[in-house]
Structure formats: C-alpha cells, structure tokens
Design a binder for this molecule. Structure first.
Ligand SMILES: [Fe+2]
Length: 180
C-alpha cells in the first residue's frame, strides 16, 4: 500500500482511504494490482530476464488492457532495476531531476519499490512511496521525478500513449530546491 509524505510539513498520509483521497484531489490516478497472481518465482523478484518480463505482462494482461481502454495507452513494457543494472547510480542521478511530460506517466510496481516525487497544486512536493501492487499515474505537465528506495530495486510495468509523449522536459523549480 502506498504511503505519502509531504515534504514541506513532514506530514505522513497512510491508510487506503486517506491515500486515495489525497491522490484523487491531486488528479493522480491510484489503483492496486494483485501481485499474488504472479508465479511464485517472480514474486518480489527484480532479477528477471526478458522471458520473465513477458510473464509479468501476461499475468497482468487484463489489468493492462483495462487501463489502456480507459486511458488511451497503446504500448506497454516492463522495466527492471537492481544492483546489477549497469551504471545504476548514474541512471538514478538522471532520474532525480524534476521534469514534466506531455502525456501522463503510468507505472505499476510489480516487485521491489519506488518513490514518485510530485508537485501538488497547493502543498509543494510530496513523496508517494510505492510497494508491489501499487499503480500510479502522474498527470500531464505535472512536475515530478521517480527514484528508488533504499532497497534500490524495482520491477514496473510502464504504459504509453505514444513513446514520444514520454520525453522528459526539465523543470527548474526553486521551490523544489527549498523542499529537499
Ligand atoms: Fe517522468
């Protein structure tokens, strides 16, 4: 279950109803997938090969198609990051820059964990800590970035309207520098 921390106030938001309500007010889609559906060998396993990634996609085929139908996604894939990922530190450094996209950014965490840092309309930046089964979509043009938690590993399904729409546009924000 996702938890939220508001950076300016250190307020923590927990519990399904509270998290849902907060994210809804921010225009952020939040849903859950049942990761118990994954084959046992893939449950909370981030060291996966291409065949395993196909298995992740086929396990969640109906969930993916439901999202795609509702929200217009045409492509999807699986990304896996762990300590064996070449240049993980450099990759994370690249991730950890506030940016926007011209389409929404949807991620379903199927193993490991991750954090989306998102700028709200009225509360500054907040962290959404994501666990396996958490599905989130950052709205179009909302400043944000993604990073890993201390366990530094994740498997996520990504859905795209068009891959070009997902190009990151850097967002320079003095407010973010203050909220670090
Ligand atoms: Fe992004």
């Amino acid at each position: 279950m996702a938890t939220i921390k508001i950076r300016n106030t250190n307020e923590v938001i927990e519990g399904e109803e509270n998290v849902l309500q907060f994210l809804e007010a921010q225009g952020v889609l939040y849903e859950k997938w049942d990761t118990a559906k994954l084959p046992a060998a893939l449950q909370n396993e981030t060291h996966i090969n291409d065949e395993d990634k196909e298995q992740v996609l086929s396990t969640f085929d109906s969930e993916i198609r439901s999202l795609a139908e509702r929200r217009g996604y045409h492509n999807w894939d699986v990304i896996a990051l762990n300590e064996k990922t070449p240049d993980l530190d450099a990759l994370l450094k690249k991730f950890e820059q506030v940016h926007t996209h011209t389409e929404d950014e949807v991620r379903a965490i199927t193993a490991g964990s991750g954090i989306f840092i998102i700028k709200s309309e009225d509360k500054g930046y907040f962290d959404v800590n994501l666990a396996p089964g958490d599905v989130i979509s950052v709205p179009v043009n909302v400043p944000h970035f993604f990073t890993l938690t201390d366990e530094r590993q994740v498997v996520a399904v990504r859905l795209f309207i068009e891959k070009e729409g997902w190009v990151a546009h850097p967002f320079q924000d003095p407010e973010f520098e203050q909220a670090k």
